[in-house]
Each structure stands twice: as C-alpha cells, then as structure tokens.
Design a protein around this ligand. Structure first.
Ligand SMILES: Cc1cc2nc3c(=O)[nH]c(=O)nc-3n(C[C@H](O)[C@H](O)[C@H](O)COP(=O)(O)OP(=O)(O)OC[C@H]3O[C@@H](n4cnc5c(N)ncnc54)[C@H](O)[C@@H]3O)c2cc1C
Length: 384
C-alpha cells in the first residue's frame, strides 16, 4: 500500500471543505482534499449563491459573515469568477412588516450592518422588478453579494489545484480514518497531522454515532432558475416571509405579528417552510426559491405544488414579464436544530466541521479562519 504524507487531509469538496483547504494553503500547509464524486455536486452548487450577512445575528456571526465576504472578494479576483456586490432589499407591504424593518434599523442600525430605509419610489429606482403597488417601504442593505455557485465552486477547485497546489482526489470516498492515516476507496493511504471532515449531508458514512448524538438532520430545499430576463435585478429581493426565516430578524419581537398573520392567512407557507428570495446570476437568469423539509430520508421527488406556491408568493412582490422556469432542482444540507454549525474534535487529530445549514456560502470562509486559529497553527506545527 502506497502512503503519501500531508499536513492536512480534508474530506468533502463543497464550500466547507474548500474554505478549509483555502485557509490551510494560505497558511503554507500541504493539503489533500477528497471528493467522492468526479466534481462537487452537493448543496454548494445548488444554492442561490448568496453571501447574506444581513441574516446573521450581530456580533460573532455577523463578523464571521463579513470576513467571509472579504475572502469571497479576494477569491473572485484570484480564481476569476463573477461576484456581484449588489446588496439586498427586504420589502414591506403590510404595516406589521414595516414595523419589523423599522425595528431592525433601530435595534441593529449601529451593530455593523449597513442598512437604510427606502421609500417606495427609491426602492423602484434600485430595482425595476419590484412590485410597487401596495409597497410601504424597503430595507436596503449593502453587504449582500451574489456568486453563481456552479461557476464559483468549480473555479475555486481549479484555483486550489493549479495555483495553491492542493491535491484534489476526485472519485475517492474516504471510508476510514485511523489517525494518522486516512484510507480512500482507491486503496491509497494518506498520513496527515490533522483531518477535517466536511461531509455535508452525508453524515451516515463517517462518525455516524457522533452525528446521531448531536441530533443532526437533513433539510431538503426546492429551487428554480428562469430564462435570461434581459435586464438587471439590482439588489437581491425578498419580502415578509423572509423576516421570519433568518436569526437577525427572528430576534425582533415585532416579527411574531408577521409570522402569526401568515400562519393564519397562508398556513401552506409554513407547512412547506417557504420563504422566497429572488437572486440573479451573471447571465441575467433569475434564481428562485425556496422551501424547507426537515427529516433524515427526504424523498427524491420534487413537488410542483411547492414550486407553484413559491412562484405565487414571488408574484406578490415582483413584476417579471413572462417568467419562464427553465430548471428545477432540490438541494440538501445538514443542520443541527438551534445550532449555527458543528466544530468538534471527535478523536485526537480529527475535526468535524459541518451543519452550517442555510448559510454555508455566507459563513464558511470566516469559520475556516477561526478553526485554523484555534486548532491548527502553521506548517510543521500542527496542533494536536
Ligand atoms: C437550495 C439551497 C439554497 C441555499 N442557499 C444558500 C445561499 O444562498 N447562501 C448561503 O450562505 N447558503 C445557502 N445554502 C446553504 C449552503 O449551500 C450549504 O450550507 C453548504 O453548501 C454546505 O456545504 P458543505 O460543504 O457542508 O456540503 P456539500 O456542498 O454538500 O459538500 C459535501 C461534499 O462532501 C463529499 N463527501 C461526503 N462524504 C464523503 C466521503 N466520505 N469521501 C469523500 N467525499 C465525501 C460530498 O460528495 C460533497 O461533495 C443553500 C443550500 C441549499 C440546499
């Protein structure tokens, strides 16, 4: 059996694995990255591509998101992928939604967010796709950014491989870790000082007992992509349903009223975990979603009814002529209810980093910096 030696071995090449590989390489560590597929095809290429700091609580989480955004910017230049710093607008059409937007500004306006309230005409001047009828106000935030995840993930892979000399092993499943060795499905054995397991929604193969013990679960989300609409969206758009989705807004007491109203008038949204974001990629195609189903064996079948509900809600806050959906898919991520991530040393030298839920694109790079600061120092001086 051939044995090769590196400082760091990483399992999984979604955004979490890539962020840790990037951080390791930046610190001068040698890295092998295992991906069981021939390319990354998990949650990280199926998302909106949104870097969404406004959804994070002030303090540690917002700081992590903003540091991630800086890394996204560096990498978009270095690896040559599209990144649009387009910001976001949360739209308010009902007095209770307006109350949340105003509360957000008064509670958090000085906590590191960069937000301002816009009048309807100002909203419309920033995005022609906004439905003006009934609009009371918009909360503009400058910190959100968009990448086209299919492009970005693939180009980060290429950059890590070609420029940072990360050894990416495609088509290799890691089936056993017995420190200091990692065994992959090709029969190779790698010796590493530290192993980082970033296996996403596959938490059945490696350390299943640990994952079970923390109550990890899967979440299935349905998504759509439109034809190229020929005009720019401007900031990413969302409305009332999103106010009850992200932690930063959920913490505003006035959100309870919004949530209660939707539950009464449209229980089908909560039943299917629907809130709606409208993003746009560099080809001017719209990325639309999403729904949330929690459970450990999500069915592979997508529901047209859920897609219809998403589009119905989208129509309440946007005007898109002749919207044609050209692709539909679902993605699955791992989540531990009530936790923003898992970082755990499951045995000496083996770290699990997983369960970033719906915010892996927003948080992974910042989290990887913290993981390396805390657990891993520099070449040849890897903490144990
Ligand atoms: C529809 C959808 C929309 C989302 N939108 C956003 C968004 O706009 N912004 C945001 O911040 N977040 C978003 N998220 C969340 C984000 O996509 C996830 O948090 C993130 O992609 C998780 O990354 P990951 O690396 O853990 O998992 P994945 O991307 O699933 O990667 C895990 C990888 O590990 C590999 N692997 C697993 N086990 C092994 C093994 N034993 N050996 C070798 N390889 C292995 C798998 O093949 C896979 O490629 C969204 C998620 C979904 C599903």
């Amino acid at each position: 059996m051939r044995t090769r030696t590196v400082d760091i071995a990483i399992v999984g090449s979604g955004i979490v694995g890539l962020a840790h590989a990037y951080e390791a390489a930046q610190r001068g560590l040698s890295v092998v990255l295992f991906e069981r597929n021939l390319q990354a095809v998990g949650a990280s290429i199926r998302n909106f591509g949104l870097v969404w700091p406004i959804g994070q609580r002030p303090g540690k989480m917002l700081d992590r998101a903003l540091r991630s955004r800086t890394v996204w910017e560096e990498l978009s230049h270095a690896a040559g992928f599209w990144m649009h710093k387009n910001g976001s607008i949360h739209l308010g059409y009902h007095p209770d939604e307006l109350a949340v937007l105003e509360e957000f500004v008064s509670r958090y306006g000085h906590e590191g967010y960069d937000v301002e309230m816009l009048k309807p005409a100002e909203v419309k001047s920033r995005s022609a796709l906004v439905r003006e009828e009934g609009l009371l106000a918009g909360l503009y935030s400058s910190t959100e950014a968009t990448v086209y995840s299919r492009e970005a993930i693939q180009k980060i892979h290429t950059y890590l491989k070609e420029e940072l000399k990360v050894l990416i092993q495609y088509g290799q499943t890691v089936h056993e870790i017995n420190m200091p060795y990692v065994f992959s499905s090709t029969g190779d054995r790698w010796q590493a000082s530290k192993v980082i397991v970033c296996s996403g929604a596959d938490f059945e193969s490696l350390y299943p007992e640990y994952f079970r013990s923390v109550g990890i679960t899967k979440c299935k989300l349905q998504m759509m992509k439109s034809h190229a609409i020929g005009s720019a969206l401007g900031p990413t758009l969302c409305a009332g349903l999103t106010l009850r989705h992200y932690d930063s807004f959920k913490d505003c007491p006035s959100t309870v009223k919004v949530s209660g109203r939707y539950d009464q008038t449209h229980p089908e949204f909560a039943e299917n975990g629907i809130h709606v974001l409208l993003a746009q990629n560099e080809n001017l195609e719209l990325i639309i979603g999403d729904s949330h189903y929690y459970g450990n064996s999500p069915l592979p079948f997508d529901s047209e009814e859920i897609n219809r509900l998403i589009l119905k809600y989208l129509d309440t806050f946007t005007v898109v002529d002749n919207l044609q959906v050209e692709e539909k898919w679902h993605g699955i991520y791992a989540k531990v209810p009530g936790k923003t991530e898992i970082v755990e040393e499951v045995e000496p030298g083996v770290l699990i980093v997983n369960a970033l839920g719906g915010a892996g694109m927003t948080l992974s790079f910042g989290l990887a910096q913290e993981v390396f600061d805390e657990h891993i120092i520099s070449p040849g001086v890897v903490n144990s």
